[in-house]
Design a protein around this ligand. Structure first.
Ligand code: SAM
Length: 471
């Protein structure tokens, strides 16, 4: 039989050393390597020399296998057809210049990919006929007639796999078609990750990209809500983290806690479980410092994670607390320029209100409470009657009282006050609290009825207990 592979002691038809370089094999150290149609075992010998762990060659030519065994006794050679492949898996499988001998070429590629380890690679070196059509081209060679795929046909055959054209292979004298090297791997299901913060348009982007492509979109918010509501099975720890203070408006904070508590693995696996091994997209916020973890978890589950990142355009909303602070400060500032009353003058000053707290510091009596007049506003002034004294308070600070707004159903909360009144030192004794009253005032004159006084404050006043007022 004609010499095919070339060795230093035997020149063959093929420039085997150059072919080896063109194959662009990965590092083989510690790998399991299979060469299908191995001929005299040149590539098996190379794999062994690189520290490959298990090296197997298969060829149906008894003569070639005998020579291979003599040349590379440390490798395992089988004299049989590739219809009976050895048990795998293999990290690297080589099929060089041999595919055209297969009766069903696509079927052989399929069986070889199935024999690969999870991250394994099938190195195909083959002739590709030039044509734009997807077809098998019959090629007359000196020795026989064989069918070679065109590139469109090859694309069709490899559709279900991940593959890459690595470059041309070496030409051989009398070659009827050009040779190429293609690396083929199992195709991992894709997990597209849209993990940007709220307000980045994740859902719109996911819908426009993945709905038309029929790719499942898993909503991170929806999954978290279902767990929080006990409608999706999860560990007690995850349920607790998501259901504590659950609100659809604060889900991003809950997700942060889930990851902070090391429960991210479970959440991510929950997303993936819906996809059941198929491609899917996640529309779910994940804090940036955990993005790499999400990729790792999905990768460990057999997916190829593909992160989709983009910038957010337009102004961001202020954080809720900051906005509330600014809005309230603005509202308070409006209190100084109240417009004309909208109800009759008579009822305007008929205020109701309450004194919640009294405190005496030195000679200053601090009065805290609320009042609302007939116009739904805080009276502009307060007078205090204490002992012989009846006067306007010295300082009158307006305050927001959302509790009063709620119970009085007013349109705003600017109904609270803190007022200070300086007492004469000689008045600061038990007598000062006789007949104590706080009244709304208009243009310096007390109006309407005294404000009610909280029971505890009232008790203090009734007992005339100055010392306890000092708090
Ligand atoms: C052109 S040679 C290529 C040899 C080697 N792969 C290389 O590139 O140097 C084709 C090899 O495939 C082997 N072969 C052809 N059909 C086969 C089959 N059905 N099962 C196993 N080996 C086969 C032949 O014996 C031959 O050694």
């Amino acid at each position: 039989m004609a010499q095919y592979q070339s060795f230093p002691d035997a020149a063959g038809a093929s420039h085997t050393l150059d072919k080896l370089k063109a194959l662009l094999l990965p590092d083989l150290e510690g790998r399991d390597f299979l060469d299908v149609g191995c001929n005299e075992g040149f590539f098996c010998g190379f794999a062994k020399s690189q520290g490959a762990q298990r090296v197997v060659g298969v060829d149906y030519s008894r003569l070639f296998i005998e020579r291979a065994r003599q040349r590379f006794p440390d490798c395992e050679f089988h004299n049989r057809s590739w219809d009976q492949l050895p048990a795998g898996p293999f990290d690297v499988i080589l099929l060089a210049s041999a595919l055209h001998y297969a009766e069903d070429q696509a079927e052989l590629i399929g069986r070889l990919v199935n024999l690969l380890a999870v991250n394994g690679v099938l190195v195909l070196e083959l002739g590709i006929a030039s044509s734009d059509k997807s077809e098998w081209v019959k090629v007359e060679r000196g020795i026989d007639e064989r069918y070679f795929p065109t590139m469109p046909k090859l694309r069709e055959i490899l559709r279900g796999y991940a593959w890459k054209w690595m470059g041309p292979s070496i030409a051989q004298a009398g070659d009827p078609v050009r040779r190429h090297v293609i690396h083929v791997s199992r195709r991992r299901p894709l997990a597209y990750l849209l993990m940007q913060p709220p307000g980045y348009g994740k859902s719109s982007i996911a819908a426009s990209l993945f709905e038309p492509a029929n790719v499942l979109i898993v909503s991170g918010d929806q999954k978290a809500s279902l767990v929080a509501q006990g409608r999706l099975d999860a560990s007690p720890a995850l349920y607790e983290a998501l259901s504590r203070n659950y609100s659809p408006f604060t889900l991003d904070q809950a997700i942060q806690q889930v990851f902070d508590q090391g429960l991210g693995d479970e959440l991510v696996r929950l997303w993936a479980s819906e996809a059941d091994g198929k491609d899917f997209a996640v529309d779910g916020y994940v804090p940036a410092q955990y993005h790499a973890d999400v990729e790792r978890i999905l990768s460990e589950s057999g997916y190829l994670p593909v992160q989709i990142c983009w910038e957010r355009y337009g102004p961001s909303p202020l954080p809720g607390e900051e906005l509330a602070k600014r809005a309230e400060a603005f509202y308070l500032s409006l209190g100084d320029v109240l417009p004309d009353p909208v109800v009759g003058e008579d009822s305007r000053y008929a205020a109701v209100g309450f004194v919640d707290e009294l405190k005496l510091t030195g000679n200053t009596l601090r009065i805290r409470g609320w009042a609302v007049d007939g116009n739904g506003s805080l009276p502009q002034q307060l007078t205090v009657k204490a002992g012989t004294k009846s006067c306007l308070v010295d300082r009158f600070e307006k305050q927001l009282r959302p509790d009063v707004q709620k119970s009085m159903s007013t349109s705003h909360a600017l109904l609270g006050f803190v007022a200070d009144l300086s007492l004469d030192p000689e008045d600061v004794d038990d007598g000062i609290l006789d007949g104590f009253e706080v009244l709304p005032a208009h243009e310096g004159v007390a109006q309407g009825y005294p404000l009610s006084i909280a029971k505890t404050v009232g008790e203090l006043l009734a007992s005339g207990d100055i010392e306890r007022l000092r708090g």
